[in-house]
Design a binder for this molecule. Structure first.
Ligand code: UDP
Length: 192
């Protein structure tokens, strides 16, 4: 099977390389794509929260972002090929996006972090167009969604932590036909 079910969650059973190629291909073809990078905290939370479980199952792909999930899969005799972290995907896609002149929108983290992120991305990934940014501390998301629809980026990175990031993506992913991915604390890591 292409997916392996662990604790009721269908994980992609693929290599990081193959998964990255698949995402790049979908971005090139403007396919609307929602990726959940599920760590053990997300898995446990989903098991206790049915609406969240239902919501993440709406994603196109769920990948195993955590060695605990890889180990659990092995113990259950349903091994997964490789751990695929949100942060690794994020950095690879920024690099590729810079080389191929894609655009990205960044939602999440504190204002000072998102401001620093703009500087870091401009320096390290000069070919990537920053379609827009917004900090992750918002109530009403309408302005952000309008801005995403207006700028129609190739990739939308949402780093507000779970469950907020997946809830935001599930609700708003029709705003642009690109990649939507929740990546936890990745903006803090990249600017750290
Ligand atoms: N964050 C945010 N909005 C919120 C709560 C958190 O943007 O309402 C940000 C926070 O600043 C940090 C990230 O989300 O950058 C959370 O990182 P963490 O590693 O805790 O994410 P998790 O692994 O819990 O999903």
């Amino acid at each position: 099977a292409k997916t392996v079910s662990i604790l009721g969650i269908p994980f992609e059973n693929t290599s990081r390389d193959a998964f990255e190629s698949l995402l790049k291909n979908r971005i090139e073809h403007h396919e609307n794509t929602f990726v959940v990078t599920a760590n053990p905290e997300i898995v446990m939370y989903a098991r206790q929260n049915r609406p969240y479980m239902k919501l993440i199952k709406q994603a196109d792909f769920i990948v195993a972002d955590g060695i605990g999930i890889i180990m659990g899969a092995k113990l259950l005799k349903r091994p997964l090929q490789e751990r695929i972290t949100g942060y690794d995907l994020f950095v690879s896609l920024l690099e590729w996006g810079s080389q191929t002149h894609k655009s990205a929108y960044f939602v999440g983290a504190k204002t000072e972090v998102i401001n620093q992120l703009k500087t870091v991305v401009a320096q390290k990934y000069p070919g990537l167009k920053i379609a827009g940014t917004h900090n992750g501390y918002f109530g009403d998301d309408r302005n952000i969604v309008h801005d995403i629809a207006r700028t129609h980026p190739d990739m939308v990175f949402v780093a507000t932590g779970y469950p907020k990031q997946e809830t935001f993506i599930d609700k708003n992913r029709q705003a642009t036909n690109g990649l939507w991915m929740g990546i936890g604390g990745s903006f803090d890591v990249l600017t750290g």
